[in-house]
Design a binder for this molecule. Structure first.
Ligand code: AMP
Ligand code: ZN
Length: 432
């Protein structure tokens, strides 16, 4: 197997050895911040307490609130002058947190990113167009430096502006794009509206991540553009993208265990869950010097896929992110994740590229409405056909989420679009 980095070929034993050594070093480094110094002292932890990767469980968790409490630079473990870059989390929920990087941190991050891209067949001959927002969001510079490190001609196109994106792809014959899932379909529609066939576009690979999407959504993207779409997972607190990435098998995302130590826990109890069970992903940085983070509660829900990947890499895989523990909706007392709704919607070919889940309360109980963009050609259908379709979608959704939603059809391109991560839920219920 051709790999970017020989660490990809390590067996479990080599990974465990590396994790143990790096976890020890990380504890030593993290102790330079007042927060960890105090916490390790309280728990009686030192680098010598670690004998295997499982010993990470002796360490305390770090939450988003901990990071906020140390904003802006309280978590630094190197002199300020050694910091060469900072990023912020996009504030998917709440106030942002700042992450600071040394040059070594940036180098190892770019290498991880290059490793991901190489794994799915990106090579230096490729032209890479980064359609994600630059600035504080890590999907810009993070992916950019990875593609450059691989030697690709890298176009910092930034987010939105479909006409310019299309022109750049055509003029420079872009073969690989980094794109938000929600934006991929919007771009495809734009091309169609221009009378062009997205399948004729030169793109052969897309790196798709930063927000949750379903397998059905991926298939739509792949079919639309006749290209391969690979899932890319990361978060600013762990550098950004490059934490976990799908290989060409497209069956789970390899999480780079030489750089991050992963656990899946029950979000309610904090107990570790066995492989295969869905829970909250908890991550520890193993290679960061500027701002190491121990047992970070990501709030992202996933599971470790049991067994080995047929690609031969031994770095374990996580499943696509199901959602965040804090984006679970409670509707009429039932727990619902937006991705369950997307999964059903995407099964209907009449459904277009955008949807919005609206929650209201009519004074008696919760009302769940799903606004669905449907394809222009379906709007010419007669009323009965449309009503029949509405009923079918509502029925399928009921089977999946156990609540019967109202289905509102709206015309293509009428729901609000965001340039960053898609906003899928509008909760208008009055909080008691
Ligand atoms: P940020 O730190 O602003 O880049 O946001 C990171 C968050 O984006 C993660 O914690 C996830 O909730 C979400 N995210 C990133 N990549 C993916 C992905 N491939 N699938 C689902 N959610 C993702
Ligand atoms: Zn694999």
């Amino acid at each position: 197997m051709e790999v970017y980095d020989k660490a990809e070929l390590w067996d479990r034993e080599a990974i465990a050895q590396c994790q143990t050594a790096r976890l020890r070093a990380t504890i030593g480094q993290a102790s330079k911040s007042p927060l960890y110094k105090e916490r390790f002292a309280a728990a009686g932890i030192s680098p010598e307490s670690i004998h295997s990767p499982d010993d990470v469980q002796k360490l305390p968790f770090t939450t988003k609130d901990d990071l906020r409490s140390q904003y802006p630079t309280g978590m630094l473990c190197v002199p300020n002058a050694d910091i060469v870059r900072m990023h912020c989390s996009s504030g998917t929920t709440g106030t942002p947190t700042a992450i600071c990087y040394t040059q070594n941190d940036l180098n190892s991050w770019a290498d991880l990113m290059a490793r991901c891209l190489f794994m799915v067949g990106v090579r230096r001959e490729d032209v890479f167009q980064n359609m994600s927002g630059y600035g504080l969001f890590t999907g810009g510079l993070g992916i950019h430096y990875g593609a450059e490190r691989l030697g690709c001609m890298t176009i910092p196109a930034g987010a939105g502006n479909s006409l310019r994106q299309i022109k750049l792809v055509k003029d420079f014959n872009t073969t690989v794009a980094h794109i938000l899932p929600s934006y991929a379909l919007i771009l495809g529609e734009k091309l169609r509206a221009m009378g062009e066939d997205p399948a004729q576009f030169p793109l052969r690979i897309a790196v798709v991540g930063a927000e949750p999407y379903t397998e059905e959504f991926r298939q739509r993207i792949e079919e639309l553009f006749h290209m391969k779409a690979y899932n890319s997972y990361g978060l600013s607190e762990m550098n950004g993208p490059g934490v976990a990435f799908e290989c060409q098998q497209q069956n789970g995302l390899h999480l780079w265990e030489d750089a991050y130590l992963m656990e899946i826990i029950d979000p309610a109890t904090g107990e570790r869950l066995p492989d295969g069970e869905i829970g909250e992903l908890v991550l520890t940085t193993l290679r960061r010097e500027g701002m190491p983070i121990i047992r970070y509660r990501t709030r992202d829900l996933t599971r470790i896929i049991p067994g080995e990947c047929s690609c031969g890499r031994m770095h374990r895989r996580i499943d696509r992110i199901l959602g965040r523990s804090d984006d679970m909706l409670i509707v009429k007392g039932v727990n619902i994740y937006p991705m369950q709704i997307e999964q059903v919607l995407m099964m209907f070919k009449e459904v277009g590229q955008n949807y919005l889940i609206v929650l209201e309360n009519d004074g008696l109980s919760d009302v769940l409405t799903v606004k669905v963009e449907i394809r222009d050609e379906c709007f010419v259908e007669d009323m009965r056909v449309l009503q029949g379709l509405q009923k079918k979608i509502a029925g399928r959704l009921r089977d999946e989420i156990l609540v019967t939603p109202h289905i509102d059809f709206v015309q293509a391109n009428t729901l609000p679009k965001s340039e960053g991560k898609a906003v899928r839920v509008q909760d208008l219920r009055v909080k008691k």
